[in-house]
Ligand binder design. Structure first.
Ligand SMILES: [Zn+2]
Length: 417
């Protein structure tokens, strides 16, 4: 008789056939969702016996209601994107709605697409379902690879993102009541705290801006930290994407960013990890939300960073392993990633890390309809390339110095009663 002794708390994996079908229509990432969940399935990660240490629960997402989406989005935006008649970019629709489409950001890289009126409530609902599994005590870790749309704004689509699922779930976690045992603080009645860590190549502009509290006093329940590339003209342009400037009146120690130069490698990511860990230990969050966009990996068409999937020191999976070992409940989201086979490789491997039974990186991709896309390696690994890392010793030292000051400001604000 086979017995499974699950030593760790359950891992919730958010997926449904409908979610995969609709996510696979996203114009910037056609069929990516299908590739990701197919590979996760083919590798057996959702099978009951896959891990002796973590029980995986597959949870079907609920659709977010219009009211649930309106907790952040404007009515005007929702009225348009939830209307089935606006869900296809026919020339007649374009002509009638031209000015409105522009106002709502539904042009250029965010065109209306067939299924948009299903996509917005399903992806928003998937991330909210993930958050609910944590707040309801059903899981310690939740995974929602179809979420992580960190550029979507209150009244506008932006940067391939049509629904602000990250912001919606952070607001849900903020509102959640906190069981006393979840807080390591002696003040068991304190409000929940959530650290949002964004690993996507691009700055988490919409999320950071939503929780930015210029000139505020006291403690914020949400701390955002984005690690990304920033350079003149690189999307998105935001005054919040630079290094912390604690002497500036605009500085908010709960809205933090680590911009990196081109070619950022495992070595650079390993170097900045202590900053992340230090912020974590000072902020002492109850929840950690990680946006795991994979466009910083080597091989992405963005060709900007040279991060490897892992498992070496400083790699993406090394980061995820480190985050997994921190106290608190964790929610892992997807995001960018425009080499779809590599996104499938990455999120499959990270799933295996999170369920505590990492696959070998040289695992062969099983034969299936999408197998040819995995050429030429046909294995799971996403190794680093040859790009030069332009993050110099002098620059990384300046990053560390900025954060030493930022941490002092953060501690001061956390100590305000
Ligand atoms: Zn991105």
């Amino acid at each position: 008789m086979q017995t499974s002794v699950h030593k760790e708390a359950p891992v919730a994996y958010i997926v449904s056939k409908e979610l995969v079908q609709v996510s696979s229509l996203l114009p910037s990432n056609r069929l990516r969702s299908m590739m990701v969940h197919s590979l996760v399935n083919l590798m057996g990660l959702l099978s009951p016996g896959y891990s002796n240490n973590a029980k995986v629960q597959v949870i079907s997402p609920s659709r977010a209601s219009s009211e649930a989406l309106a907790v952040y989005h404007s009515r005007d935006y929702l009225d348009f994107v939830l209307d089935p008649d606006n869900s296809h970019p026919s020339s007649a629709t374009q002509a009638v709605n031209g000015a409105r489409l522009e106002d709502l950001g539904l042009e250029d890289d965010c065109p209306p697409f067939q299924g948009l009126h299903h996509y917005v409530p399903l992806v928003g609902g998937a991330s909210l379902t993930a958050a609910r599994t944590l707040t309801a005590g059903l899981a310690e870790i939740a995974i929602c690879w179809d979420g992580g749309r960190h550029h979507a704004q209150k009244s506008r689509a932006s940067g391939f993102c049509y629904v602000a699922d990250c912001i919606l779930l952070l607001l849900a976690l903020k509102r959640s009541s906190l069981p006393p045992l979840m807080s390591s603080s002696p003040e068991t009645t304190r409000k929940s705290r959530t650290m949002y860590l964004d690993l996507d190549l691009h700055f988490s502009d919409a999320v950071s801006q939503a929780f930015y509290t210029q000139n505020a006093f006291g403690t914020s329940q949400i701390l955002t930290l984005s690690i990304h590339h920033s350079s003149p003209g690189f999307f998105p342009i935001s005054s919040l994407s630079g290094l912390p400037q604690p002497s500036s009146p605009a500085f908010d120690p709960f809205t933090l960013a680590i911009p990196l130069h081109r070619g950022a490698s495992d070595t650079t990511y390993a170097r900045i990890w202590p900053i992340v860990e230090n912020l974590f230990s000072i902020f002492d969050p109850d929840f950690i939300v990680v946006q795991c966009g994979v466009d910083a990996l080597s091989g992405d068409p963005c060709k900007t960073f040279n991060w490897s999937l892992g498992d070496g020191v400083g790699s993406l999976s090394w980061y995820i392993g480190k985050i997994k070992s921190l106290p608190g409940k964790k929610l892992f989201l997807g995001g960018g990633g425009y080499n779809s086979p590599n996104a499938a490789r990455a999120w499959t491997y990270l799933t295996s890390v999170l369920v505590d039974n990492p696959l070998p990186l040289d695992s062969q991709i099983p034969d299936h309809t999408m197998f040819p896309s995995y050429a030429p390696s046909f294995t799971l690994d996403v190794p680093a390339g040859n790009m030069q890392d332009e993050n110099t010793e002098a620059y990384l030292t300046s990053v560390e110095n900025c954060f030493q000051e930022a941490v002092v400001a953060l501690e001061q604000r956390l100590n305000v009663r």
